[in-house]
Design a protein. Structure first.
Length: 232
């Protein structure tokens, strides 16, 4: 006979039902996988005594210095390095919040945005693995969420803003592509950020078409019309 109180079983079953109801299996499994990943990363830092003084971030930046994208270097030099102790706390708190969101199923959109923001910064600093793969997985979840939302005008506007940011960051990263060799491209932050920017624009455009009954992103429509406009 189980010693677990019936009220606890009832609450547990209710949580599982609420957490899984109406969510495709691939979405749920990806959310849990990424949530556990953020939890692992946070716990690793929490139990590392050297992290809290900022030496963990300092070491990370030193190891990635040769791979840091040129446009991101001023952020490292003028914002991160002078405030490593503050960023040590911010990174752990951000990872815990992203993990809690994805594992609980609450405020998932905010958790995804927070996670993707961290991954873009890690990528720009030169850390491709696993940031690129987390970014792709979270982007897919965010696009799925956008397509399910009661959007009105908010979701299309958010998709447009994210697409423009992806385009700008991708274009800025093109000059810093270091290799096109098949064996090395997965380690090159320049090409991975540029690719992430291109996929962001494509994904946002497809999601925008779904939530607006076929209308593409305004910025892409403008480019298309400009390119096809006859010379006066």
């Amino acid at each position: 006979m189980s010693s677990t109180p019936s009220w606890a079983l009832g609450k547990g079953q209710a949580f599982v039902a609420r957490r899984t109801l109406g969510i495709p299996a691939w979405v749920l499994l990806t959310q849990i996988f990424i949530g556990l990943g953020w939890s692992r990363a946070a716990v690793e830092k929490i139990i590392d005594g050297s992290w809290w003084g900022g030496s963990g971030i300092t070491t990370f930046l030193a190891e990635q210095s040769s791979l840091t994208l040129g446009w991101y270097q001023p952020v490292v030099d003028h914002i991160v390095r002078p405030n490593v102790a503050v960023f040590a706390i911010v990174v752990v708190c951000s990872q815990l919040l992203a993990a809690a969101s994805l594992l609980s199923g609450r405020l998932v959109g905010y958790g995804l945005l927070l996670g993707m923001f961290m991954n873009v910064n890690f990528l720009a600093a030169g850390s491709v693995n696993p940031s690129a793969f987390y970014l792709l997985s979270q982007g897919a979840l965010a696009l799925w969420l956008a397509e399910q939302a009661e959007y009105g005008t908010l979701v299309p506007r958010v998709l447009s803003v994210i697409a423009v940011l992806g385009y700008v960051i991708g274009v800025m990263s093109l000059p810093y592509i270091g290799t096109l060799h098949p064996a090395e491209v997965m380690k090159d932050p320049g090409i991975m950020v540029a690719l992430a920017g291109a996929l962001t624009v494509i994904g946002c455009d497809l999601a925008h078409r779904r939530v607006t009954d076929g209308d593409g992103l305004p910025i892409l429509t403008w480019f298309t019309r400009s390119a096809g406009a006859p010379e006066g």
